[in-house]
Every structure is written in C-alpha cells, then in structure tokens.
Design a protein around this ligand. Structure first.
Ligand code: PHE
Ligand code: NA
Length: 456
C-alpha cells in the first residue's frame, strides 16, 4: 500500500526537477565551488570533485529520492517508516534527525553569505564598482566585513525571506522561481563567460581549473571535494528526501536525478570559468577564500558596458538562487514539526528560522568581532568555518553513508523496483552495485585517510 503524504504533491515530474534544481543550484556553485577550488590548487581538486559527483553524489541522490517517495513524510518519519517496512529499528530515524540539525546549521552561515549578495545588489546598483580595480573591489568587501550592522541586517532580511516562502507551502511557489530565474542566471553566467574570454585571463583560468597537479591536493582537500559533492547536490541531510516525498508516484527517478546533477555541475564549472579569468587578470589570489566571488566579479561589472545593470541583475539572481536553496534547508525540519501535530507551517517556520537566525549571528560576526575566536571546542575555527566544516565535511557525508547503507543493504529489492518503476532495467543493477560497493566504500576511505593524516 503506497503511503499518502500530508504536505502536498508536485504537479508533475518537471516540478520536482525544478524544485530539486532550485535546491541544488545556489551559493554552493557560485560562491563556494570557485573559492574552495582556488584554495585547493585547482585541477586535481576539480577532478576529485567530479568523480565524487558521479560515483557518490548521483547514486546517493537516487537513494534519497527513493526513500522520500517511499516514506512520503519528513525525513525523520520517512526513515522510521522505511525502516519499519524493512523490519528494522526505528533508530534509523536518527539519519533524519541529523539532517534536520545539519540543515539548520547550514542555513546559519548560508544566510550570512546570501546577505553579502543582497548587500552587493545595492552596491552594484548604486555604482560602487564603476571603473573598479582589484583594490576598489577588495576595499568594498573589506568594508562590508567590518560593518556589523550591515552584516546582521542582511542576514536577518535573508532569513525573513526564506521563512516567508516556506510559510506559503513549498510545493506552490517554488517551481516558478526555478522555471524563470534559474535559466536567467545561467544566461548571465554565459555572458560573463564571454566577457572573461574577451577581457580576462581565460587561458590561465582554464589551465588552473583543468590541468591537474596531484601534488597540489592533500587528503584534507579530498575530503573538502567529497563534502562539497554532498553540499552542492543538497545531499545527506534530507532536503532531497523531503522533496522526493512530494514526487508523483510514477516518474522515473534515475533520469530525474541525472538531470539535476548535470545542471548543478554545469553551473559550478561555468561559474568557475567566469570567476578565474578575472581573478588571474586582475591579480587576485586564487586562494583568497570566501571573498573570492565578491572581490572578482565586481571588477568585471565595473568595466564592462552595461555593467551596472548586469551586475545588479547578477546579484539579484544569486540571491534568489540562494533563497530557493535555503527553503530546502529548512523544509525537512518544518515538515517534521508539522507532523508532530503541535505546529502549523507558520509556527514551525518561526521556530526553525529563529534558531538559524540566532546561530547565524555568530557566523555573521566571524569575519569581524569573532575573527580571532577559534576555540578548541570549535576545532580551532571561527563559528562560520566550524559550521561549514561540521556540516559539509562531517554530517552530510555521514548522512549520505547511512543512506547508501540503508538502501543498498537493508531495503528489499522489490520495494526499490516498485518505487523506481524500473523492474529488470539494467541501469537498476548498475546503480545498486555502485550504491553498495563503491559510494559507501569511497566515503569511508576518505574519512579514514583524512583522520590518519590529521593525527599522523
Ligand atoms: N546545494 C545548495 C548549494 O549548492 C546548498 C544546500 C545544501 C541546500 C544542502 C540544501 C541542502 O548552494
Ligand atoms: Na549546488
């Protein structure tokens, strides 16, 4: 007997693709991927990242959608349901719990960076970057980081925006955003790519991103690449499971997931190829860290024809992409609170949005008042860096590992075939093989190697 959900169902398979793309494509692609690529030496890192997407990310994404569609509830209760169906302990719901927590942690720092993007809408719009050199753009970014009021205000605005949509119910408005604004974002990136080719150091950028010097990559870098594969595909914490729960019963999961994975990867690579030509041409350090996007692109906007307009539009689109991802960060927790029967959409959002907002204050101040606050209990990191590390490098890969183990080793094959609509399809066996023997093994190897190298 198929489960019935209480949160609504997407209109059709394409709505799921759009919503999942909205979740996947965000700051992870445009802000995080370029800067961690810059910090980890380029090509070798990109290669490991791509391998992780193909061998770990895509297979686990299929598993996550499958679990959501079978369970038809929040990740916590979906895991409980599928575990019960398989005759297993309800402790499997811990995967959902960890996911809800991870989502709130991610939202805390994600919202801060989205706040930077909102601030940049107004900076570009008012011509702060007109004719800008590297010094000017770095100056503007530095000023933002030293302005507590601005940092906290924009963080607050972004949390309010997020909570606002989730209140309206995710299955409704989100698809529109993805259908119109995502393509527009992509067009903007292609345009910037053209500008980078014409005016930036395009060859230097291509060399940096695609020629691999293995020596540039440490095991830490491998863990960062793997963690980012989870982060960028919104995996390991229940976002995709929650969206899978709203998927119509008869739609091909494999094809859908591959579409989302390819789109997300494409956006990240193109974003990198937009940013690095400008980074190299204007003498910015590729390893400048989280400010890379905000220091490099304004130089391009400040010097291209129509840059005021395009720059403003670009940061609006980035903010919207961040927003459709943020919605999916909070949805697992919201769906769960509603299922408890003690909350409605509005109160659930206020509670979870409020919690992320509060934790996020410490992230907003991490480049500022708390810049030197790197206590041992945060693994010698600032709150911002610690939450990024804890989620992307620990919680998401761990969540993904458990999902792979559950679906690969514990779920009845008949249930899978039923949900996948792919009985006897050869791809099903290939996928299951990878999910059993490759994805989880790679995750464990990377964990173990990083640990050994840290304590060696
Ligand atoms: N995938 C989003 C991005 O790349 C971030 C995200 C992570 C969203 C986890 C939901 C869950 O920006
Ligand atoms: Na992404």
């Amino acid at each position: 007997m198929a489960q019935q959900g209480i949160h609504g169902v997407w209109a059709n398979r394409w709505t799921f693709v759009l919503a999942a793309t909205g979740s996947a494509v965000g700051l992870g692609n445009i802000w995080k991927f370029p800067y961690i690529t810059g910090e980890n030496g380029g090509g070798a890192f990109v290669l490991v990242y791509l391998l992780c997407i193909a061998l770990i990310g895509i297979p686990i994404m299929v598993a996550e959608v499958l679990l959501g569609r079978r369970g038809r509830q929040s990740p916590i209760n979906s895991m409980r349901y599928v575990a019960k169906e398989a005759g297993l302990s309800s402790n499997w719901s811990a995967v959902g719990w960890m996911g809800v927590l991870a989502g709130l942690f991610i939202l805390s720092f994600y919202s801060v960076v989205a706040g930077w993007a909102l601030h940049y809408v107004f900076q570009t719009g008012t011509g702060a970057f007109e004719g800008a050199t590297r010094e000017v753009s770095q100056g503007v970014f530095g000023e933002l980081l030293s302005n507590n009021t601005a940092l906290i205000s924009w963080h607050t605005v972004f949390i309010l925006m997020t909570v606002g949509v989730v209140m309206a119910g995710v299955t409704r408005g989100l698809a529109m955003v993805a259908r119109v604004l995502m393509p527009l974002l992509f067009v903007m990136l292609i345009m910037l790519l053209g500008y980078g080719m014409a005016a930036g150091d395009y060859v230097g950028a291509a060399k940096f991103m695609f020629s691999f010097k293995v020596s540039a990559l440490s095991w830490d870098g491998v863990l960062i690449a793997m963690g980012h594969a989870f982060f960028t595909l919104s995996l390991g914490m229940g976002s995709i499971m929650a969206y899978g729960a709203y998927m119509p019963s008869h739609s091909n999961i494999g094809q859908t997931v591959v579409t989302v994975g390819v789109l997300d990867t494409l956006v990240a690579l193109v974003a990198g190829m937009c940013i690095f030509p400008i980074v190299f041409a204007s003498g910015i350090e590729p390893s400048s860290g989280p400010g890379l996007l905000f220091q490099s692109l304004p130089v391009a906007f400040g010097n291209m024809p129509g840059g005021l307009f395009f720059g403003t539009l670009f940061f609006i689109l980035v903010s919207i992409a961040a927003w459709s991802s943020a919605v999916s960060l909070i949805e697992p927790g919201v769906a769960w609170l509603i299922e408890t029967g003690k909350f409605n959409r509005v109160t659930a959002n206020l509670v979870l949005g409020g919690a992320s907002w509060l934790v996020g204050i410490s992230c907003a101040l991490s480049y500022n008042l708390l810049a030197d606050f790197k206590p041992l209990f945060l693994a010698n990191r600032t709150p911002f860096d610690f939450l990024d590390f804890l989620t992307a490098q620990v919680m998401l890969p761990l969540g993904g590992l458990f999902i792979a183990i559950f679906v690969g080793w514990r779920m009845a094959k008949a249930v899978m075939e039923d949900e996948m609509d792919a009985e006897g399809h050869p791809m099903l066996d290939i996928w299951l093989f990878v999910l059993r023997y490759i994805s989880p093994v790679l995750v464990v190897i990377v964990f173990v190697m990083t640990l050994m190298n840290t304590f060696a």
